[in-house]
Design a protein around this ligand. Structure first.
Ligand code: PHE
Length: 446
């Protein structure tokens, strides 16, 4: 065990940190537009099923590897593999995780930059009384302005990397302690407000009335990718946090708390967003612009709309900040594991991710016609492939490693749920989660 590694100061701090990683753009930006594009309730139900059958067990697998290894993901995997007499090449799974978070963070920072822009614009009252046409045009103008987008993207990377450079207990704990409770408070206020809009009933019916006929392969694939994304599972990012987990804390209990908090945020923001969407007779399948176009339109007509909007974007920004810190952690921990100082590792990671993020910025203007796979521009590519493909593949390998490869004693100790809890978890991973990912991935490929 690496005694020099820091620890979260308490069980609560660990749960807050993992919740901070899980709750972010996935819940507030991606969940609504994916739900909108994939037929509402069907997507929602599949997503919840995947969270229960895949997300939770694999999340435990991922964190327990980090906790048992107490090193950077790459080193933990290599060390545990060697200890169990398996191939040390398992450490390359840590590198796959680093590649995954690298691309995710590159667009994550760009979209978080959009919320900085929208926060400032709503404080300035730019949307007050605006017509739908003017507000829609405003979003398109912004996307077409690479300089403004780069400015916000740069600001967000600086915000993220400065906390990462300060180390987990110095930077992140203080931030989480302050921000997470505030976030829930703001979301509850917004959802309560949504019940007063006349689209509330339609939104509830659309979100919660099941319709089995709407299940298609692409809806299933999207829901699986989203379950991994929203829980931050499959990229070894939570593995990096597991390394700092305190002793004597039951992992299943911690993870269950995180999943409830995570799904709650998605549901609350879904209810808030679709209530305004339906109140205004808008299209739920608008795509990645859904939140940025529909909410300003909706709120523009309401008394105090600019204030509500500013609160919403502030909330989103806080949530994305704690997630992006988690996305950066495996990269920084890996460089640190290779002997670099923490501050320098953070700077290197920040600059590299920022540079690739510029490609996402430009794919709305200069590079709009540069296509990679089929019709996808760079932004479409990085928002799709790492989430729907890399995360499930990473999650699958993580599950195989924890349930079949590493030593059962070490896994049982790191799960900290007693022998019965361990056997139940392992059976679930071996016979439900692993086959389920394989089946869905293979049917997606063929
Ligand atoms: N879970 C985060 C969100 O919902 C995104 C994320 C994915 C974070 C993978 C870490 C690892 O916004």
């Amino acid at each position: 065990m690496n005694e020099t590694l820091e620890r979260w100061s308490s069980r609560r701090a660990f749960i807050l940190a993992v919740t901070g990683a899980a709750v972010g753009l996935g819940n507030i930006w991606r969940f609504p537009y994916m739900t909108g594009e994939n037929g509402g309730s069907t997507f929602l139900l599949l997503y919840i099923a995947f969270v229960l059958l895949l997300g939770l067990p694999v999340m435990m697998a991922e964190i327990l590897i980090g906790r048992a290894g107490r090193r950077s993901p790459m080193q933990s995997l290599g060390h545990l593999a060697r200890a169990a007499g398996a191939s040390p090449h398992w450490r390359w799974l840590g590198v796959f995780g680093v590649i995954t978070v690298f691309f995710i963070l590159s667009f994550y920072s760009v979209v978080s930059g959009w919320s900085i822009e929208y926060l400032v614009e709503s404080i300035n009252g730019n949307f007050a009384g605006g017509t739908p046409q003017a507000i829609g045009a405003n979003f398109n103008d912004f996307l077409a302005d690479p300089l403004r987008m780069t400015f916000n993207h740069t600001l967000f990377m600086l915000l993220t990397m400065s906390v990462v450079a300060a180390g987990i207990s110095g930077g992140l704990e203080k931030l989480n302690n302050l921000l997470m409770p505030l976030l829930y408070l703001l979301l509850i206020v917004l959802a309560v407000y949504a019940t007063t809009t006349h689209g509330f009933g339609t939104a509830m019916a659309w979100l919660f009335t099941p319709d089995a006929s709407a299940i298609t392969l692409s809806v299933v694939l999207n829901a699986m990718g989203h379950a991994f994304f929203t829980l931050a599972v499959g990229a070894c990012a939570l593995m990096a946090y597991g390394a700092y987990m305190p002793d004597h804390q039951s992992l299943p209990r911690a993870v269950a708390a995180v999943a409830v908090l995570d799904v709650l945020v998605a549901l609350l923001s879904g209810i808030a967003i679709f209530s305004v969407v339906f109140s205004q007779g808008m299209d739920p399948g608008e795509g990645p612009g859904l939140m940025f176009v529909t909410l300003p339109i909706a709120f523009a007509e309401l008394p105090g709309g600019s204030l509500w909007l500013a609160i919403f974007f502030l909330l989103l920004l806080l949530a994305t900040w704690t997630s992006s810190i988690n996305l950066a952690e495996p990269m920084v921990a890996t460089l640190q594991g290779a002997g670099l100082k923490r501050g320098r590792s953070a700077a290197l990671v920040g600059v590299a991710v920022w540079a690739v993020g510029l490609l996402s910025v430009l794919s709305f203007s200069t590079m709009a016609d540069v296509h990679w796979i089929g019709e996808m521009n760079f932004f479409d590519l990085v928002t799709t492939v790492p989430t729907d493909f890399f995360l499930p593949v990473g999650g699958l390998l993580i599950a195989i490693f924890a349930a079949w490869v590493m030593s059962a004693e070490a896994a049982e100790r790191a799960l900290d749920a007693g022998p019965g809890g361990f056997r139940t978890w392992r059976a679930l991973v071996r016979y439900v989660s692993i086959p389920l990912v394989v089946v869905v991935l293979l049917s997606g490929l063929f």
